[in-house]
Ligand binder design. Structure first.
Ligand SMILES: [Zn+2]
Length: 350
């Protein structure tokens, strides 16, 4: 008795470039209890030497913070602070955000977290600090990520969203669409407008750690899919024997890969329609080529192939193929702007 066992732990989670590794989803535990921040909040102090106030780095980091804050069904809040002294260290109890040149490291960015887990007439656990470091060995951009460029320069906001997921207490989650995938570019953006927001699996994890009584209904689509482990690719059209094609013929059948996710706090049964369009904007007024219905628990996703046939009376030319979740708006969603998307590559139909 009167023995205090105190363990202070420090571990970095790096986001790397190459993709091979599979990892477990989730969060840290201490004698079976989830390790979280007290009061479901913490403040991130942006280093103003690295990311001056008003710069695109500073603003994009704040956007990424607000994307986590806006997830329905959770009361989690990142607060904004500034760190004006130009220094940082991992034991000052302040969550610092900064650029650092790390030539011998392969990571794009790393979150260095410190937490406590000890027994004193009961288990005590909480996060104490999470610093976010971006490696300037790599080139960064704040321009839109749409899938054309999946390498350097790396998208700052995509990586910021991932590191903030670590900062609040999520671990890597591979093998499914997730911001918390181990490797860049995670699962990419969501919907036609390339929104960088947490995926269904990330929302599910956030609600496990910081659930509140609110509910949320939202479906989304993605032009990317997970291909195992932490790696992702763009969805494409294939022949029925499995070859990627961009030249298609009327009357022939093809397989289209698509991804739909359930961001809701509840199970959704949702339809997804498939269309051929003369432009990237996919809507119900485009040429309908098929439909599928999925029942998805909260946080779940569907990635599958849809077989469709090019109508014989279609005018030959260049088309975009895409899909729209809940096409008739039968579900009232917190966001309707992430329901449709076209594939990255246009197709030619003869
Ligand atoms: Zn990571």
């Amino acid at each position: 008795m009167n023995k205090i066992k105190k363990i202070l732990l420090l571990l970095g989670f790096a986001l790397s470039v190459i993709s091979t590794q599979a990892d477990a989803a989730g969060w840290r535990t201490c004698s079976g209890n989830k390790i979280t921040w007290d009061n479901d909040r913490t403040t991130m102090y942006i280093n103003t030497y690295s990311m001056p106030i008003g710069s695109s780095w500073n603003l994009n980091f704040q956007y990424a913070m607000s994307e986590w804050n806006e997830v329905g069904g959770s009361d989690w809040k990142f607060y904004l602070g500034y760190d004006f002294d130009g220094t940082y260290n991992n034991s000052n109890g302040k969550n610092e955000v900064y650029f650092k040149y790390r030539p011998s490291e392969s990571y794009l960015a790393v979150t260095k977290s410190r937490w406590e887990c000890y027994w004193f007439f009961g288990t005590h656990e909480k996060y104490l600090e999470s610093d976010v470091e971006f490696n300037t060995k790599y080139s960064w951009t704040t321009s839109t990520f749409n899938g054309w460029n999946t390498g350097s320069p790396y998208n700052f906001r995509l990586v910021a969203l991932h590191e903030l997921g670590h900062a609040l207490g999520l671990l890597h989650s591979d093998g499914k669409p997730a911001t918390m995938n181990t490797y860049y570019y995670n699962s990419g953006t969501v919907g036609h407008y390339n929104k960088i927001e947490p995926h269904g699996d990330d929302r599910y994890g956030l609600r496990i750690l910081y659930r509140d009584s609110s509910t949320d209904r939202d479906l989304s689509v993605c032009r990317f899919r997970n291909t195992g482990g932490g790696s992702s690719t763009t969805n494409k059209v294939y022949t029925t024997s499995g070859n990627w094609v961009t030249s298609l013929s009327r009357g022939n059948s093809y397989d289209l890969y698509y991804t739909m996710e359930n961001f809701s706090t509840q199970t959704e049964t949702a339809k997804v329609n498939f269309y051929l369009s003369s432009n990237r904007y996919i809507s119900t007024s485009d040429r309908y080529v098929g439909s599928t219905t999925w029942s998805m628990p909260a946080g779940a996703y569907a990635t599958a192939k849809k077989r469709f046939t090019i109508p014989t009376n279609l005018t030959p030319g260049t088309y975009y193929i895409g899909y729209k979740a809940d096409p008739n708006g039968s579900i009232t969603e917190s966001s309707e702007s992430n329901n449709f998307v076209s594939l990255l590559h246009s197709i030619t139909i003869d």
